[in-house]
Design a protein around this ligand. Structure first.
Ligand SMILES: CC(C)(COP(=O)(O)OP(=O)(O)OC[C@H]1O[C@@H](n2cnc3c(N)ncnc32)[C@H](O)[C@@H]1O)[C@@H](O)C(=O)NCCC(=O)NCCS
Ligand SMILES: Nc1ncnc2c1ncn2[C@@H]1O[C@H](COP(=O)(O)OP(=O)(O)OP(=O)(O)O)[C@@H](O)[C@H]1O
Length: 217
């Protein structure tokens, strides 16, 4: 049973399954999450929570003291591009930033989860977190789904939608656990190498399989 903090679940013992998404940057985890939202799932997007944490005045002040005025824009907001340029080239800085941001993300995730647990309008809870294994969040999930897409496809996507170079993609991917490990840990794989409809069809199919195995346990 998922606990009152919303973060303690065993395999299919909660009122709804908790589905963890894994995959490289640009593979389409958020695309799958969107499809699952349309099927009645509640999605917790760690990137969104991390962005919210970066707006907290205490966090802005700490980043200013660590990285200098250059990481804050004229309106006092964190310049995420500037922070990324530092942390994805320097592991110690990245770890320090994670130490600042992750506790806030974790607290907000717990709050959101406890609101979804037992909600009859929520068929499953989805954790869309690029660092699912790295942060141990996989241990809070009932089932793991790997979203796969070839590197060339991912490069095209993140260039088109985020302006990232292939080198930027490689730096971020290099800061994450390897794809072979993620693939191996997965209960299901969604191959997101074609159009969004192809992704939606597979997402719906995987959800339906998860819900069936959940109800048969
Ligand atoms: C460094 C920051 C400011 C860059 O912001 P930016 O807008 O360029 O990227 P955004 O946050 O949208 O992340 C996009 C993708 O980058 C990758 N990424 C982000 N943070 C990390 C990280 N710490 N390690 C590895 N990859 C990461 C993920 O694939 C993520 O989906 C931002 O990513 C951040 O604050 N990262 C630290 C918090 C974190 O670990 N977030 C991941 C989810 S908890
Ligand atoms: N099948 C697809 N067809 C076209 N565009 C896609 C497809 N899947 C994803 N995209 C687009 O590619 C970009 C990256 O996808 P998405 O944000 O879902 O990746 P992600 O795995 O969540 O990446 P990250 O870990 O970096 O957040 C998005 O702009 C998304 O709209």
């Amino acid at each position: 049973m998922t606990g009152s903090d919303g973060l303690t679940s065993g395999r299919f013992r909660g009122s709804q399954p908790v589905i963890g998404l894994m995959g490289a940057p640009g593979s389409g985890k958020s695309e799958v999450a969107r499809a699952l939202t349309g099927e009645g799932c509640a999605v917790i997007d760690a990137d969104v929570l991390a962005r919210e944490a970066l707006e907290h005045p205490e966090v802005v002040a700490v980043l200013r003291s660590w990285l200098g005025e250059g990481v804050v824009d004229g309106e006092g907001r964190v310049d995420r591009g500037a922070v990324g340029a530092v942390v994805f080239g320097d592991e110690a800085s990245r770890r320090r930033l994670e130490g600042l941001i992750h506790p806030r993300v974790h607290a907000e995730r717990a709050r959101l989860r406890s609101g979804y647990v037992g909600d009859p309008g929520v068929v499953a809870i989805v954790e869309d977190c690029p660092l699912l294994l790295e942060t141990g969040l996989d241990g809070e999930c009932d089932v793991l789904v790997f979203v796969d897409a070839p590197r060339s496809v991912r490069e095209e996507r993140v260039y088109r939608t985020r302006g990232w170079s292939a080198a930027e993609l490689a730096l971020r991917e290099g800061a994450q656990i390897g794809l072979d490990i993620k693939r191996e840990r997965a209960d299901y794989v969604i191959v997101n190498d074609a159009d969004p409809e192809h992704c939606r069809v597979q997402s719906r199919r995987v959800l339906s399989q998860i819900l069936s195995s959940c109800s048969s346990e």
